[in-house]
Design a protein. Structure first.
Length: 201
């Protein structure tokens, strides 16, 4: 890296020995064109995520999913739902089925319900991964600048090696996607290509 910091941001966390695929909020609210958080081009990320999930299952690696879910009235949404009122789509009594996963889990794959951006905040995710002896999380899903970024940052803080798969994430604009991946790769995670992730899995 050029510039005043030289190689200050050139480290890699690398892969451990026990990876899990972590799919963040890949639900109809983002992938359906009519959804409240509809992304302009989610199809490539959905296809890449499906490849990662299939590779993990074939190799016997855990797959864990997150969704956003609130109680009726959203009292458990705190200030987040005040900041982003469209999150009401994820209340348990909301219509539209926007919280339904686009790629489907199979029996035995945990689906972690969260109320905030990070999959680790206020959830059982870290305990589930630690108990399964996972040391590396291969992260896919949406959106790159939001829940993917927050989850990757918290993964590092919880002692997991975050590997964010470039082609398996999506955001509202290409610029947001690219700038957030660059910043994650500099400081909090390794951003990798789908081909490398599939090889490692």
């Amino acid at each position: 890296m050029s510039g005043p910091h030289g190689t200050a941001f050139s480290g890699r966390v690398g892969w451990g020995t026990r990876p899990a695929v972590l799919v963040i909020d890949l639900v109809r609210a983002y992938t359906d064109p009519a959804g409240p958080f509809a992304l302009p081009d989610p199809a490539p990320a959905v296809a890449a995520t499906a490849e990662l999930v299939a590779a993990a299952r074939a190799a016997g690696h855990p797959v864990v999913w997150t969704v956003v879910r609130y109680t009726s009235g959203m009292i458990d949404g705190g200030l987040f739902v005040r900041k982003v009122p469209a999150l009401a789509a994820f209340a348990e009594d909301a219509t539209g089925g926007w919280g339904e996963l686009t790629v489907r889990p199979i029996a035995g794959e945990p689906v972690v319900a969260k109320q905030y951006a990070s999959g680790f905040f206020g959830t059982s995710l870290a305990s589930t991964l630690h108990a399964a002896a996972v040391d590396t999380v291969v992260i896919a899903g949406v959106s790159t600048s939001g829940c993917v970024r927050a989850t990757a940052t918290d993964a590092l803080g919880h002692g997991f090696r975050p590997q964010v798969v470039r082609q398996a994430c999506a955001d509202r604009t290409t610029a947001l996607h690219d700038s957030n991946l660059a910043d994650l790769d500099a400081k909090y995670a390794d951003v990798i290509d789908l081909a490398e992730a599939l090889r490692q899995l």
